[in-house]
Write a protein of this length. Sequence first.
Length: 389
Amino acid sequence: MASRWKLLVVAAWLSACPVWAGDGNGKVKVFILAGQSNMEGLGHTRTLAHLGDDPQYGGLLKKIRNDDGSWVTRDDVFVSFRGGKTTGPLSVGFGANQEFVGPELMFGVVTGDVFQDPVLLIKTAWGGKDLHFDFRPPGAGRLPYPIDPEALAQRGGEQIVGDCYRKMVAETRDCLDNMGKYFPQLNGKAYEIVGFVWFQGWNEMFASKGIPFEQIMVDYPILYATMIQDLEKEFGLKRLPSVVGELGIDGEKAQGKILDLRKAQAAIADQPELKGKVRFVRTAQYWDPKLDELQAKERAIQKQQRDKLKDQVAAAIKDRLEGKTPKEQTDAQNKALDEAVRATLEYKAWQAEWDAIFSHWPCHYYGNGRNYCLIGYALGEAMKELCPP
């Protein structure tokens, strides 16, 4: 009797899971990828070659770059971004603009390799957004915080609360309703929403509108669970598996609010409503160690060249300093010295090395394509674990 009961439980679990490789049912497998600017993706394509240098994951570069240096284009994975304004088969160029990539690239590679049926990624992401305000799900109700009325008015008033959640739903529905229009290869095919990917968090650290940071951290995992429940209701799903990518900025050296946020993100996996259908994915370990090496190298070059050029620059601009205040003189000298250092062969060589790997702000993983690829890979692998073949 016990064995029969176990078989029934397993059968029920399997029926709730999406169909994976080897058991294709002909339906397009749909993933919703949501978040803020790091889900948009700011890894410049010129930095992707650096992925091949990774001692553990370097082989992944062959998944996205052909032997002749051109980029791989998948014929079994498709992407819709910006409400259908950017669509096509998976390749580079589905990041914040056509020069960038985000987590979607390697996530699409992983899921495309697993599924027998076509895969469709619907990206719904906007920079500078938060969960407690912008993505606030309807099930969470009105804002319970003592909001600063002036700050709320500057954001557009209370009616703007949850606007990104509504846009996410609207863009997803539009893509599904017009799948054949956006992707002629998928015309006439049925679909099923397989999973949800969340990569967000930076803006939760800025307690805007007078909301206490500590309260945001308490509410974060609760709001996420509510969002998943609301999406299940919205799309008539019995089960929506989801993966949550950790904010990995600053890697293992992170301090302060970043660590608090990571704890709040990790707590999502403890929410009883999400038991068995969520994975929290650590990403701090993918922070590029080359960053510290190159930053230290730049500091050394700066010191060496400034010491070398200081007297030469001072003599060259001496006449231009007459009549200026002491502060103006100091500022002019520093500016001239900075320009002289950047013109040296040593600094130019460093700059070329830096530009090959990094391309953007620190909050965007310095625009490191390797970072975005490894995060996307980890998110894809975690999604596989939720419903293994």
